[in-house]
Design a protein around this ligand. Sequence first.
Ligand code: CTP
Length: 417
Amino acid sequence: MARLLLGVSGGIAAYKALEVVRLATKAGHAVRAIQTPTAQRFVGAASLAALTGAPVLVGEFERDPARGAFPDQEPPSHDPASHLELVRNADAYLIAPASANTIAKLAHGLADNLLTSAALAATCPVLVAPAMNNHMWEHPATQANLSLLRSRGVTVIEPTTGALATKNEWGTGRLADVADLFAAFEAAVPTGARPWDGLRVLVTAGGTREPIDAVRYVGNRSSGRMGFAVAEEAAALGAEVTVIAANVALPRHPGVTYVDVETAAELRDACVSAFASCDVLVMSAAVADFRPATAHEGKLKKTDRDELSLVLEKTEDVLSGLAASRRPEQTLVGFAAEHGAQALEYGRDKLQRKGLDAVVVNDVSQPGIGFDATDNEVTIVTAAGDDAVPRGTKAEVARAILATVDRLRSPVPEDVS
Ligand code: CTP
């Protein structure tokens, strides 16, 4: 199963886009479609929406009810920019039919509508299937534009020769056969193409709760958003992801496995059983450092007391314990929620002390980031130095964390010249 983004530009052949969608969905792929305004004159959004089972977008400023998600994905909790999110989620972007005008824009990097903006933002394979009148096809401008696109790695699916749309016109410019378009898309997405296919990622998220009695607990304000974002981004890269979720009330990703825990001890047990088989551990949970030494059975009554003292005992440091039994090829990422000027210093200390590969430091004294916020701003500390990640959504910060994991796991070979 792969995700096909289909861009439909203006031309008589636009109706064949429906057949491409039908073939792709029949084969089990998830499809989203976008159209240029001119394409709407040739094929209706309602038809594409019915066949893809997802909203069809035309404008860059149009709100996407699916928030950039493909039919097999859970929409994110925020409204992302459609031209970025759709291509980020897609395994390949097929523009069919591609008019001479759209090809010219793609060749010169113009981004004046959603289809062309998405092409400029695409890091997935891009395929272009021209369809136009034979004179337009043969024009040196069109041929030069196509050469430019080919030189940049775009796959051009050659048009065929035959009767054209205009009466009595014959020549090259007919959109390639629908079956060939579909085959080109599938060839562009080899199975197992995602960079983290086969990688096992373990993420802890949320905040632990340590019982005082049957109804009260000592807890913290962690929502689990950061850890869930890391898990979703890792799953999007193809990883097999398990999240140990401590009291997280957020939507769940269908492709991720969740293990629910409540206390630090439960989190430790769940981590211990999953750790040995993971390749990457991202420990974003806020784990209690202390817990009530005794949890009262039933509910504590306030009668006969003017005050209540809680004796707290230290919990085990889960991450340090896991790091002590690590395999050298595992990658361990810790978090450090710190307060104020010495945040980075504390982060570097945790990197050393806990035996980690990276520590994500955030200064929780700053308003609007960190605990229970939708945004974050962090510095990723590794042995190679510090990497400041500017304020952004937790999905963006998650991507930066995973990029660091990638670098740590595949270091650039030393220059031997
Ligand atoms: N951590 C853990 N077990 C604990 C406490 C923390 O595994 N009992 C993990 C957290 O998930 C995080 C990292 O250790 O990835 C750092 O957590 P933090 O609370 O910032 O650090 P501590 O080592 O507890 O130090 P301090 O509270 O003194 O800053």
